[in-house]
Write a protein that binds this ligand. Structure first.
Ligand SMILES: Cc1cc2nc3c(=O)[nH]c(=O)nc-3n(C[C@H](O)[C@H](O)[C@H](O)COP(=O)(O)OP(=O)(O)OC[C@H]3O[C@@H](n4cnc5c(N)ncnc54)[C@H](O)[C@@H]3O)c2cc1C
Ligand code: SF4
Length: 312
């Protein structure tokens, strides 16, 4: 049985208090949301924070305000809340689909949107217990010197496996980050680095407080996920696009607009969710069906020399 290491537990009530504690504790503290990623990582000693700062009781981090002109989603909104809320099917159905496809119902009940966005990167040589990793003398991402995926590489190739980030990037989302010294808002696409170790641009003393979306009126969006096991699994590849609809006398029709956005995350080394296409035609061509997704994955794998991200 794998046990959690000892840690101090803090349960602040306000975001200011949480930011103050995080700032005071420095890099030895980590934020705990649903814990579905962080706690297993702690059991495997991949992350060993001395202090956990729970966001569960922090006011103002849950709930969603969905509006025609702009929307605000609290970082502690659970994936089940998104999956069950019919309002998400209007305009941001890609997010609704992505959240519904994460893990299992039990995990989605605990897992939060903020945690999914900040999810650690994955690699077959890293997502193992302590003894397994010790037997290979660890790796560059944690405690070791070498990358077992690409021994000459200076960069870690672990892969981002978040389902909701590609959907939110395609929807044009931005995120608010708060620390004890202030607040900033950045595009979600800018939150990620193409490096499996240094995968996120969030500073260690910053808390992701909310996700913001612009007007989704008359937009349609979709999310496709390819995974090895149909019941539940991390994405091998996923694609999402948003497309504007135009009203005609007899209802909706798709319009050849130039505003479509597409985001693709594939199993490339150090794969991060990234915005691929700006033009709607290319975006829709990229993911018109699951068959296309399998086809492009197959083509991609033919020229992909590395494989470092299996299923669960
Ligand atoms: C069996 C299994 C299957 C899974 N399948 C999938 C899958 O198919 N798709 C998928 O996307 N994920 C999957 N996951 C990963 C995980 O469950 C989800 O990504 C989940 O959404 C993480 O959210 P959480 O609230 O539990 O995050 P936590 O575990 O609490 O935190 C994750 C990380 O984010 C940081 N963090 C959390 N909230 C904030 C915040 N507000 N501000 C700053 N930092 C924050 C934490 O410090 C930690 O580093 C799976 C996990 C398991 C165990
Ligand atoms: S890609 Fe290399 S450095 Fe990164 S986790 Fe895997 S083995 Fe470790």
């Amino acid at each position: 049985m794998m046990r959690l290491p000892l840690f101090d537990f803090r349960a602040p009530r306000t975001i200011d208090e949480a930011a103050r504690i995080l700032d005071g504790e420095g890099t030895s503290a980590m934020v705990l949301a649903g814990g579905t990623d962080l706690l297993p990582n702690m059991k495997r000693r991949q992350q060993v924070p001395q202090t956990l700062i729970s966001l569960r009781h922090v006011e103002g981090l849950s709930g969603a305000q969905l509006d025609h002109s702009s929307s605000r989603l609290g970082a502690c909104l659970t994936l089940t809340e998104i999956a069950k809320d019919r309002r998400f099917r209007n305009g941001c159905s890609a997010l609704w689909q992505a959240a519904s496809l994460v893990a299992t119902p039990h995990i989605r009940n605990m897992a939060t949107l903020g945690g999914n966005i900040c999810l650690d990167t994955r690699c077959l040589y890293y997502d193992q217990n302590y003894e397994w990793r010790k037997a290979i003398d660890f790796c560059k991402k944690k405690d070791g010197e070498i990358c077992w995926v690409a021994t000459g590489s200076s960069k870690c190739m672990a892969v981002s496996s978040t389902d909701t980030a590609p959907a939110l990037i395609a929807l044009g989302a931005s995120v608010r980050l708060q620390s004890s010294s202030g607040e900033r808002e950045i595009l979600l696409a800018d939150l990620y680095n193409n490096d499996g170790m240094n995968y996120i641009t969030r500073q260690p003393n910053e808390i992701l407080t909310e996700i913001r979306l612009g007007s989704l009126k008359a937009w349609k969006s979709t999310y496709w996920k390819l995974r090895r096991r149909g019941s539940f699994d991390f994405p091998v590849r996923c694609s999402c696009c948003k497309d504007r609809q135009a009203t005609r006398q007899h209802g909706f029709r798709h319009e050849l607009a130039q505003e479509g956005h597409c985001c693709v995350r594939d199993e490339r080394p150090a794969g991060t969710p990234r915005r691929r296409y700006e033009r709607r035609a290319a975006a829709v061509d990229a993911i018109s069906s699951r068959r296309d997704l399998i086809g492009t994955t197959y083509l991609g794998s033919a020229r992909q020399p590395l494989f470092n991200c299996g299923g669960n």
